[in-house]
Design a protein around this ligand. Sequence first.
Ligand code: SAH
Ligand code: SF4
Length: 365
Amino acid sequence: MLIYDLDLPSLTKLLKEWKEPNFRAKQVWQGLYQHLYNSPDQFSNIPKSLREKMEEQLTFAPFKVATYQDSSDGFTRKTLFELPDKNLLEAVLMRYGDPADNPQITASAPNSESRGAKKRRTLCISTQAGCAMGCVFCATGQMGFKRHLSSGEIVAQVMYYARMLKDENESVTNIVFMGMGEPFHNYDNTMAAIDRLNDKDGYNFGARRFTISTVGLAPQIRRFADEKRQVNLAISLHEVDDAKRLEIMPVNKRYNIDEVIEACRYYVDQTSRRVTFEWALINGVNDSPEVAVKLAKRLKGLMCHVNAIPLNPTAGYSGQATDRQRAHIFKETLEQAGVPCTIRMRRGIDIAAGCGQLAGSISSL
Ligand code: SAH
Ligand code: SF4
């Protein structure tokens, strides 16, 4: 049993079954999530007999590091983890706001993330090995669905990087569910992972510092709205015309653009929170000023923001990235029509840190 799969009540129940005193669960919980211990022998405040039992009965390492890569500027680390069943998943650490972090992009397309002096340590984590949604431009979509990750396998990705940062006297500041997989297809495990990381007696990671990105599963967007979580929501829209969206995102057959946007309106009404639309700028496909005008019309009156990212080219898709100038025109057009837009240059482009690309390159070997 993976220890990160246990919430506090389950851990308490287990330790009770092991005839441990009541306070023990809290001790173990704090060891795991406050001290970031990842092996029983580090729990120096609990008896040796219990440490041995934990060693025997519980797993602390759900995966091993298959490989990792650092971007040439040193700000991005991408790790490929291998699960015991040989499935692969990725998690990426992006460092923003360091003194030397001065991407040229700020000159032509102001980017609030890199301009601010505030240091950010953003983790991009996975919720599934592979993905069933089949978006044609996405490396994870191209590899197909392998399996859902358990809540503990999601949590363990965060703990891995939290430990690495702790050694540098730093900590994770933001967590985005933008790695492999569709978080709303693995809804319960994703929310359980958020709850575990959010626990104030444990890792205590604030809800507002999470962002979930979804391909647009409308019923789950509504469910999420009803739960009134403080977690940020981003929707991968990428097209404003149904037929065109269907060409690149098969999910549009299940939930078309109207249904997605209606669900987003419901979310904004329920939570009073702004929603983000993600837009991968694909040269000559969805990046014209006309498209920007159409999009602005569609989003009118909705409390939202567009996050446009030039496409990260992948082996299985011929589309190319929009250039900087054209991206800037797209942004300006949207903003003139009343929709705020940020252009983000993908971090770690030299290490293929786009969703699923490292696993894709390894599994195609
Ligand atoms: N499944 C979720 C979250 C993971 S993908 C979703 O689709 O929203 C995170 C983001 O990366 C999504 O907006 C996705 O559309 C985008 N993306 C995937 N492949 C990309 C690529 N090759 N270039 C740019 N963005 C990409
Ligand atoms: Fe899945 Fe998101 Fe990739 Fe689409 S973009 S295939 S939903 S991971």
